[in-house]
Design a protein around this ligand. Structure first.
Ligand SMILES: Cc1cc2nc3c(=O)[nH]c(=O)nc-3n(C[C@H](O)[C@H](O)[C@H](O)COP(=O)(O)OP(=O)(O)OC[C@H]3O[C@@H](n4cnc5c(N)ncnc54)[C@H](O)[C@@H]3O)c2cc1C
Length: 305
């Protein structure tokens, strides 16, 4: 099997998601080539052919130009799978490419079983295996779903590519989202609220424990979507990536998108009524309890210390 891994370059830097792509290629045991619109000054540690277009000529993001470069590269490499990260770059460019190639697309792949991509459905409650019926399949990978077994040390063999294609849109630049309020990335203790808190009033229980531990409170996406907590408190792929000394997950199931944002925490405590909740797989301590009963008692004990 052949894969073409589409690496990303943003604001003058190669993105770390390139490791997920390499881990994916490793997992499927493919013969991998890489595509990058970037610079020779910041190259991936990739052992294999790298089709490199100069970011100065092609722009960090220009969908028409990048799509044409990819089509030209695909004609040379003839991959079975073209693999993107499920990032703003990937979710914009992958469908354009799939349409141009009349190829199937599988989005947010979290695993591969017997060579077949697996993607979540029903808010990650279920997983489905999706086999492509077209000669080339376009995939986007969920952040953090694939991890390299060891750090790559390879040096790519560069083949420079270019195109005369022009774009219909002009990329104007990036704008930092307004942060305001709390910055979870600096907190050494985070107590996070999940859907298991049941109602918005129960945020107070989580906030009290966070305060007793001299930390901040965070939240999973459903809690933020329901407007029970502000977006800058969301932990996960579409929120903050945090690495506190202590992370306490209260009523959080442990969906891959949440884990991607907190798995670098030094010590993880999970409080959940379900002893089989996936959060248990990353937790150092799993307390099987109703958070509404357990958390206030724990908070009082900590305050009394
Ligand atoms: C593109 C995309 C991006 C996403 N980005 C993010 C992201 O950045 N962050 C994120 O968090 N999610 C994200 N998600 C959503 C993610 O897939 C999950 O749906 C979400 O993380 C689930 O949140 P949860 O664990 O709070 O809720 P649930 O999955 O509903 O889990 C609730 C948990 O609470 C437990 N529980 C219930 N009652 C109690 C109680 N009384 N006491 C203790 N435990 C109890 C249950 O057993 C269950 O395990 C994203 C999804 C997509 C598709």
């Amino acid at each position: 099997m052949k894969t073409l891994l589409v690496a990303e370059y943003r604001e003058g830097k190669l993105q770390g998601s390139v490791n997920d792509l390499m881990a994916f290629a490793q997992k499927v045991g493919s013969d991998a080539a890489m595509f990058l619109v970037g610079s020779e000054t910041d190259l991936p540690k990739f052992q294999g052919p790298l089709y490199l277009a100069d970011v100065k000529n092609c722009g960090e993001y220009n969908p028409d130009v990048h799509k044409q470069l990819l089509l030209d590269t695909i004609a040379k490499v003839k991959p079975d799978m073209v693999v993107f990260s499920h990032s703003s770059y990937g979710w914009d460019l992958a469908p354009r490419l799939a349409f141009a190639l009349k190829a199937s697309q599988v989005s947010e792949v979290v695993d591969v079983v017997d060579g077949v991509p697996v993607a979540p459905v029903c808010n990650s409650k279920l997983r489905r295996k999706v086999a492509s019926k077209t000669p080339v399949a376009i995939l986007t990978l969920q952040a953090g779903a694939f991890g390299l077994s060891e750090e790559s040390t390879g040096v790519p063999v560069i083949e420079k590519i270019s195109t005369t294609a022009t774009g219909k849109v002009e990329f104007c630049g990036y704008e930092q989202a307004e942060m305001g309020g709390v910055d979870l990335t600096k907190a050494s203790v985070i107590v996070s609220a999940g859907r298991g808190i049941g109602k918005p009033e129960n945020i107070a229980i989580i906030a009290s424990l966070a305060k007793a531990l001299k930390g901040e409170y965070g939240a999973s996406r459903p809690v933020v979507d329901a407007e029970w907590a502000e977006h800058n408190r969301q932990v996960g792929t579409t929120g903050q990536t945090v690495s506190p000394k202590l992370y306490v997950a209260c009523g959080i199931s442990g969906a891959i998108q949440h884990l991607a944002g907190m798995k670098k925490s030094e010590f993880v405590v999970a409080i959940n009524t379900d002893k089989d909740a996936p959060i248990g797989e990353v937790a150092d301590v799993l307390v099987v309890a109703d958070l509404k009963q357990f958390v206030p008692i724990l908070t009082e004990k900590i305050k009394a210390l």
